[in-house]
Design a binder for this molecule. Structure first.
Ligand code: SAM
Length: 275
């Protein structure tokens, strides 16, 4: 029986209608699932976290590697399917919202993410300690995650992701690999957490990026004026926080390291009274 037939059978047996709001597009391509799991290079002594395990199409292959799988699934009916489909497996099912439930300790995370929570769940994960993530995202979001300075897709998410991890695009996945097919294509991305992060105050850097990137097409000089207003309710003298050469460049042309440098200077200006 093909995975598509098996999926339809499970849906029918439990009377499940895939819920768009929860991003319920189930993987039905065995080659894609196998490659995703192979990229994770799992060993038997590892614990793998799966976010949004759905009916268990990916879970089944994760379990076949002999590792312990912890699956978080928001939909109680699907959580029940998971428990009943793999009753004697090394599987723990947590029924809840992955952006809120307490996350267990894990070595790797492998998932076909619900697109609506791609950003919050990615940054929640990146704040944990783990070895590797292999994740399926909506194509546009994946492009933003891996984007380099000076490109169209380079955004706040690219810089924030760079701060935590090295991101690599593994392959594009056509919408036909899912049932029901989503409206957009997807992509498989590998995230490897950095051993050494840039030396920058993390909290402030994230707030700084959020305040600056709405103006990413403006010069840093102009964008800083808006960002400082957003952050502190007052303007900053640009020359205090960045050199002329940087101030003349557009925000989307600045590397993560340059942005971190500006963020630190701005933070020091705001906290150490360099006004
Ligand atoms: N892993 C399965 C597969 O590949 O066939 C299903 C993937 S489907 C794209 C996303 C799954 O995430 C759905 O089963 C959905 O119910 C679940 N989900 C949606 N929002 C969630 C959340 N906030 N926390 C946990 N699971 C969620």
């Amino acid at each position: 029986m093909s995975l598509l037939e098996e999926t339809k059978l499970i849906l029918q047996r439990y009377g499940i209608k895939p819920r768009k709001r929860l991003g319920q597009h189930f993987l039905i391509s065995e080659p894609v699932i196998k490659r995703e799991v192979e990229h994770a290079e799992l060993s038997r002594d590892e614990t793998v976290l799966e976010i949004g395990a759905g009916l268990g199409n990916l879970t089944k292959y994760l379990l076949s590697k002999g590792c312990e799988v912890i699956a978080i699934e928001r939909d109680p009916l699907l959580a029940r399917v998971l428990r009943e489909r793999f009753p004697r497996a090394k599987l723990r099912v947590i029924c809840g919202d992955a952006t809120r439930v307490e996350l267990p300790r894990f070595d790797k995370v492998v998932a076909n993410l619900p697109f609506a929570i791609s950003s919050p769940i990615t940054f929640r994960l990146l704040k944990q300690r783990f070895k590797k993530a292999v994740l399926i995202y909506q194509k546009e979001f994946a492009q933003r995650l891996i984007a380099k300075p000076g490109t169209r897709a380079y955004s706040r998410v690219s810089v924030a992701c760079y701060y935590f991890a090295e991101a690599k695009l593994l392959e594009r996945i056509p919408r036909g690999a899912f049932y029901p097919p989503p409206e957009v294509d997807a992509a498989l991305v590998e995230l490897t957490p950095r051993r050494e992060r840039m030396h920058v105050d993390e909290d402030f850097f994230m707030r700084f990026l959020a305040a600056l990137f709405p103006y990413k097409r403006k010069t840093l000089r102009r964008a800083l004026a808006f960002a400082a207003k957003r952050l502190f309710g007052e303007e900053v003298e640009p020359a205090i926080v960045a050199k002329e050469e940087l101030l003349e460049r557009r925000v989307f042309q600045l590397s993560p390291e340059e942005l971190a440098q500006v963020s630190e200077a701005l933070r020091r200006w705001s906290t150490e009274g360099l006004k």
